[in-house]
Design a protein around this ligand. Structure first.
Ligand code: SF4
Ligand code: SF4
Length: 230
């Protein structure tokens, strides 16, 4: 694997070592909208980090809660590596159509990417807000499964028994609703299964551990455990 150039090397060109692509795919900005609308980057290759969801801020170097939608390119399998990084690890499979964050990525001088990183992000509403019947379902899902509410419920799970039981019941309802809406969208032919992580964000069963809530299934039963950081 080629190492990325160090600042000491004073490198002014990209070696295409792929190191930045292994840290996670880019987030999209309004300037990238045509790439998705023209299908140059398929929606099946995207996922959405929803408002209130914990996210690692690569520029600030710390965990934060997303303030808006953050639409990103999926990783490969369970890894952060961008799914468009070529199999040999040294090239981009969509190089001519790569998003703006990739275009201005210069690991030896990060000022441009830091500026873009702070600018407005593309949202699901920008892309599917006018799709009749679909946007209403996404908005309803956002209301029923809001991560800001999950944050509150997560704190209540650390409290006295009665509040904890109520919080757990509400989270179980959210999980059931999240799963049933995903199933409904596919069954009704409104979305392909591989587009759900873009339309509705990742399933709650995958993201709740970020709020210290572990989910286990026993057939139809949902078991929750709260494991705060010590
Ligand atoms: S910008 Fe990315 S691909 Fe290019 S040299 Fe730096 S780490 Fe490697
Ligand atoms: S889109 Fe291409 S350049 Fe951008 S992170 Fe993925 S592989 Fe790297």
């Amino acid at each position: 694997m080629k190492p990325p150039p160090s600042p000491e090397e004073n490198c002014q060109t990209c070696r295409r070592c792929g190191e930045c692509c292994r840290k996670g795919g880019p987030a999209f900005h309004p300037i990238d909208r045509p790439l998705i609308e023209k299908g140059l980057i398929p929606a099946a290759c995207l996922y959405t980090i929803r408002p209130g969801e914990p996210v690692y801020d690569n520029v600030a170097g710390r965990l934060a809660f997303a303030k808006t939608d953050i639409i990103k390119i999926k990783g490969r399998g369970d890894h952060w590596t961008c799914c468009f990084l070529a199999a040999n690890g040294h090239g981009c499979e969509i190089y001519q159509n790569r998003p703006a964050e990739c275009r201005c990525m210069q690991c030896w001088d990060t000022r441009e990417i830091e500026t873009l990183y702070r600018q407005e992000r593309l949202s699901r509403r920008d892309l599917v807000g006018t799709v009749e019947g679909l946007w209403e379902l996404i908005a309803h899902h956002e209301e029923r499964c809001a991560y800001r509410r999950v944050q509150e419920l997560s704190s209540q799970m650390a409290s006295a028994t009665e509040r904890r039981e109520k919080a757990m019941a509400e989270i179980r309802d959210m999980v059931r609703y999240d799963e049933s809406l995903r199933q409904l969208l596919v069954e009704q032919g409104r979305a392909q299964a591989d587009m759900l992580d873009f339309l509705l964000g990742r399933p709650l069963v995958q993201t709740l551990p970020g709020f210290h809530i572990q989910v286990k299934r026993d057939q139809a039963r949902i078991h929750l455990t709260y494991s705060p950081l010590t």
